[in-house]
Each structure stands twice: as structure tokens, then as C-alpha cells.
Design a protein around this ligand. Structure first.
Ligand SMILES: NC(=O)c1ccc[n+]([C@@H]2O[C@H](COP(=O)([O-])OP(=O)(O)OC[C@H]3O[C@@H](n4cnc5c(N)ncnc54)[C@H](OP(=O)(O)O)[C@@H]3O)[C@@H](O)[C@H]2O)c1
Length: 275
């Protein structure tokens, strides 16, 4: 049984995954930004659950939580970067970043960087929830540096592209041993993702769009497959099978640009090496 760190455990896909992992006997350190939701999850959790309060839109919140729990987190073998957010209006975080960029991408890079030395020792893995929404965008340096007009869905698609490029970068640069890197497309899932920070119109569009989607439990078997089987050939999975991605995902020059931007914003001098 594994020790798993799962972000966004308080709703949607993350909650369904958290409950299944606990039922399967894993120890789960689940993060949330709401004390109340974490408490409710703790009450419902069937096994060894450790709630961690962490707002991914705040680097000080992330760093404080990691420091507070540092000792117990030393056993983590699997990091699941699942949390994600959208916003109808452009929100700038206390760290000066556009919110979707920070929550969906920069926080993922930071957590992966922080956990990497432990995952190396524990021969672990990283799974990041991306999306086939990445296919509907292009990689652009201007967008990465937030120099293009803000559009909710475009921004979301870009951050999901960054998730995928980041996992492929790690797979290429850090290698497949002892740590494996995966990305998951969960499919269309009926959650409140698009209804949070939403305008009336965005809320309506999301509800109509996601209505034919699966229940949050739908994508759970794909995560379990990666955890239980540790498949060795592919990085990107959906519906328990390898999945296709845009060619740009594996372009080394663009991956390097992505990582230069992230390391600048996170003050990381060598990715994967904690100072
Ligand atoms: N639903 C889909 O059709 C779909 C499709 C493709 C990919 N995805 C991806 O799947 C992942 C999970 O999304 P979901 O659909 O399950 O949505 P969800 O129900 O809204 O869950 C998102 C999770 O992220 C957490 N979160 C959001 N902002 C945060 C912040 N600032 N700090 C800490 N936690 C934060 C949420 O916390 P709260 O509970 O407090 O809101 C929640 O636990 C995301 O990465 C999303 O991009 C979803």
C-alpha cells in the first residue's frame, strides 16, 4: 500500500479518487483550500486520511503547509497533481500571477520539484491531471508570459497543455527510473469545475457542456491502473489506455521555454533539487 499526496481532494474527480484510494488501503494526504470541506471529507473518509490545508493560489500557503507536514510527508511515494481551477474574470494572485496559470501549472511544478527528492528515494511516481482540452490551443511564449488577452477557456486549455508538456519534460530529462511521470485525461466529467468563479453565462455553458459527462468516479480506474501497474511505455493516459497528444508537447525547445518561465517564477535554480 502506498503513501499518496493528492491535491484537490475536496471535490469532483479528486474526492472520488481519494475515497477509492482509501478503500483500497492506501494512506492519503489530501489537500484542500477549505477547512470545512476538508473536515467533511475527514468525517466521510473510510481509511487512513490526512487532511492538508493548502491554497494553491498562494505560494506562502503551499510552503507553510509543506513545512508543517514535512516529517510525515517523507514517506510519500505518489504525488497526484489533480487540483484545477477556472475563472470567468482574470484574477491576479497575491504572488502576482494569473490565477489559472498559478493553480493549474506553477503550483504543479513547485510541488513536483519539492517532492522529487523523496520520490527518488521512495521509487515513486507523479500523476498530473491534464486534459484533451490541450488540443484546442497552441503553445505561445506571449500567452505563457500572460501578454495575451484573458479568455477563460483559452487560458484553461493553455494550462492543461503546460501540464502535459511538463510531464513529458520530466520523463525526458529526469528519466523513467526511479520516478515515473504520467498525465491523465479524465474525459468529460460532471463536476463543478466550470461553475466556480463563474459568471452567470459561464455557469450555464459549463452545465450544458458537462451534462453528458461521466460521474466523478468515471476516470478513477485510469489512475488506479497507473498506480497498480506502473506501465512503462507511455506518459499520457485516458480511459485506461495510452492517449494521443499534440506534437508540440514533446518539442524540446518549447519544453525548455516552459521550464525557464516556471523556474524564474518559482525561484528554482535546479529543478528537482531542493535548496
Ligand atoms: N471535469 C472535467 O470534465 C475535466 C476534464 C478534463 C480535466 N479535468 C481536470 O480534472 C481536475 C479536477 O477537476 P474537477 O473537474 O474534479 O473539478 P472540481 O470538482 O472543481 O475539483 C477541483 C479541485 O481543485 C481544488 N482547487 C481549486 N482551486 C484551488 C486552490 N486555489 N487551492 C487549492 N485547491 C484548489 C478544488 O477545491 P474546492 O473543493 O475548494 O473547490 C477541488 O478540490 C482539474 O485539474 C481539471 O482541470 C476535469
Amino acid at each position: 500500500m502506498a503513501h499518496i499526496f493528492l491535491t484537490g481532494a475536496t471535490s469532483g474527480i479528486g474526492k472520488a479518487l481519494c475515497l477509492q484510494l482509501l478503500k483500497d488501503g492506501h494512506t492519503v494526504f489530501g489537500t484542500g483550500r477549505s477547512k470545512e470541506k476538508l473536515h467533511a471529507l475527514e468525517e466521510e473518509a473510510p481509511g487512513d486520511f490526512h487532511p492538508i490545508l493548502m491554497d494553491l493560489a498562494s505560494f506562502s500557503s503551499i510552503k507553510d503547509a509543506l513545512k508543517t507536514h514535512e516529517k510525515t510527508l517523507s514517506q510519500i511515494e505518489i504525488l497526484i497533481n489533480n487540483a484545477g481551477a477556472t475563472s470567468a474574470k482574470k484574477i491576479i494572485t497575491e504572488d502576482g500571477n494569473e490565477m489559472q496559470l498559478q493553480v493549474n501549472h506553477l503550483a504543479v511544478v513547485y510541488l513536483t520539484h519539492w517532492f522529487y527528492p523523496l520520490l527518488k528515494t521512495n521509487q515513486g511516481m507523479v500523476i498530473t491531471t491534464s486534459s484533451d482540452a490541450h488540443r484546442r490551443t497552441k503553445f505561445s511564449k506571449k500567452a505563457l508570459y500572460d501578454q495575451t488577452p484573458y479568455k477563460i477557456f483559452k487560458r484553461y486549455q493553455e494550462t492543461k497543455l503546460y501540464n502535459l508538456m511538463f510531464m513529458y519534460y520530466c520523463d525526458r530529462v529526469l528519466g523513467r527510473d526511479p520516478v515515473r511521470f504520467y498525465a491523465v485525461h479524465p474525459g468529460l466529467v460532471k463536476t463543478d469545475l466550470g461553475a466556480k468563479n463563474a459568471s452567470w453565462l459561464v455557469d450555464k455553458v459549463w452545465k450544458l457542456f458537462s451534462a453528458p459527462g461521466q460521474d466523478p468516479e468515471g476516470p478513477v480506474p485510469t489512475y488506479l491502473k497507473l498506480i497498480n501497474e506502473r506501465p512503462s511505455e507511455y506518459v499520457y493516459y485516458a480511459y485506461e489506455r495510452p492517449n494521443h497528444h499534440l506534437p508540440v508537447v514533446e518539442e524540446e525547445e518549447k519544453q525548455t521555454l516552459l521550464m525557464t518561465h516556471a523556474c524564474e517564477h518559482l525561484s528554482i535554480s535546479t529543478f528537482g533539487v531542493r535548496e
